[in-house]
Write a protein that binds this ligand. Structure first.
Ligand code: GLU
Length: 444
């Protein structure tokens, strides 16, 4: 049996009931086959793939807090420190009822390669909880965040592990967590990124994932003979990534006609009104029905359906496994030329294959959404030098990083005879640096 197949079997056997983790490992290892085959003896002797697929350590803890009725609630908290061979663990905290260990492990595993692709010194980690901030009062969210940090603070630090936002964790949650870290540890350090501007945050961090997604998409289109200007775009999701992806798409001359949330989706042929979307989602924390009610050109539909709308570019920005094979078929039938993932692993494996077979340009999340974590690394740099850079400076660094990522994965794919396969390119380029660092640092 090949080394890759052996490790895939081992991962499934050792981590039962973690389908998302299996899916992420399978996607990465399948596309690394040519690299592994070229170095099989060394990698086997080093047990490199076994070490890469086993987190350095993982924490699971109780998070008790008191709700507004005086009732004690109990959630489960997680932090998985996956790999720190190229820098301190870095990755977000997801707060969503779907969170379990397998989800955090898939995200932490993806983060290793994503962070490596940025070219910045950050390792891979991820955390979160099954707490749902939706519908909770600010006081309840604060009570949860303080309890969560009371435990998490033992494992993190500016030079060891630096968490950040993800689904459900935005500026409000990061603020409460930072406050509690400072209270317990008594140090003022860049232990979290995505902080508010008044206490060490970076300009452009809020916009970074969505903007970065568009910078990479624009470069991918350009290098394949297309112009983003005038293109029709379908976006899914309506959180931080979707909002700023829509804003940047409009700035680049494209038109975004859809957004979605957990209840339904909006089709707005005039182009999504970003100011209204921000008001509904960021200020009122309301449903998209409110967007549709305030916007005469918008149609609201219950359930799923974004990928049935005719578009040139599809940007899945909601969550994992939200673009299935039948969606990929609809996109191809409607003439879609590019899909770039704003979320982590939104496209299923069979849907990705179908898109690639049908010559749709496909940018995987670990490359396309790396702008968020890259800008987090820029926030860490600013915190270390106790300075803050202008919006333009951060934004232009972000743009350079995204263009660079695209060329790195394009080159890596070509080097292994897989021209245009950006999934393979991203996995190979991300892996090479981590593998070299792991081998150089010995068996640890
Ligand atoms: N949660 C984001 C991601 O998936 C950002 C992580 C960070 O900034 O550390 O990459």
């Amino acid at each position: 049996m090949s080394y890759v197949d052996e490790v895939l079997e081992r991962v499934v056997a050792k981590n039962p009931a973690e389908p998302e983790f299996h899916q992420a490992v399978k996607e990465v290892l399948e596309s690394l086959r040519p690299v592994i085959e070229a170095n099989e003896e060394t990698y086997r002797r080093e047990a490199l793939l076994e070490r890469l697929t086993e987190p350095d350590r993982q924490f699971k803890f109780r998070v008790p807090w008191v709700d507004d009725k005086g009732q004690v609630q109990v959630n489960t908290g997680y932090r998985v420190q996956f790999n720190n061979s190229i820098g301190p663990y870095k990755g977000g905290l997801r707060l969503h009822p779907s969170v379990n260990l397998g989800i955090i492990k898939f995200l932490g595993f993806e983060q290793i390669f994503k962070n490596s692709l940025t070219g910045l010194p950050i390792g891979g980690g991820k955390g979160g909880s099954d707490f749902d901030p939706k519908g909770k009062s600010d006081r309840e969210v604060m009570a949860f965040c303080q309890s969560f940090m009371t435990e998490l603070n033992k494992y993190i630090g500016a030079d060891t592990d630096v968490p950040a936002g993800d689904i459900g964790t935005g500026a409000r949650e990061i603020g409460y967590m930072f406050g509690q870290f400072k209270k317990i540890r008594g140090t003022y350090e860049g232990v979290l990124t995505g902080k508010g501007l008044s206490y060490g945050g970076s300009l452009a961090r809020t916009e970074a994932t969505g903007y970065g997604l568009l910078y990479l998409t624009e470069e991918m289109l350009k290098c394949n003979g297309h112009d983003i200007k005038g293109k029709t775009v379908c976006v899914s999701g309506s959180g931080n990534v979707a909002i700023y992806a829509t804003q940047k798409a409009h700035q680049l001359g494209a038109k975004v006609v859809t957004v979605s949330d957990s209840s339904g989706w909006v089709y707005d042929p005039e182009g999504i009104d970003v100011a209204l979307l921000k008001e509904v989602k960021e200020v009122k924390r309301a449903r998209l029905t409110e967007y549709a009610a305030a916007r005469p050109s918008a149609e609201y539909h219950e359930g799923r359906g974004v990928w049935s709308v005719k578009c040139d570019i599809a940007l899945p920005c909601a969550t994992q496994n939200e673009l299935f094979l039948e969606d990929a078929k609809a996109l191809v039938a409607n003439g879609c030329i590019a899909v770039a993932e704003g979320a982590n692993m939104p496209t299923t494996l069979d849907a990705t294959e179908y898109l690639q077979q049908n010559k749709v340009l496909f940018a995987p999340g670990k490359a396309a959404n790396a702008g968020g974590v890259a800008t987090s690394a820029l926030e860490m740099s600013q915190n270390s030098e106790r300075l803050s850079w202008s919006f333009e400076e951060v934004d232009s660094k972000l743009q350079g990083i995204m263009v660079n990522i695209f060329h790195n994965l394009d080159d890596a794919a070509k080097r292994y005879g897989k021209e245009g396969d950006y999934v393979a390119g991203a996995n190979i380029a991300g892996f090479e640096k981590v593998a070299e660092a792991m081998i150089a640092q010995g068996v640890v």
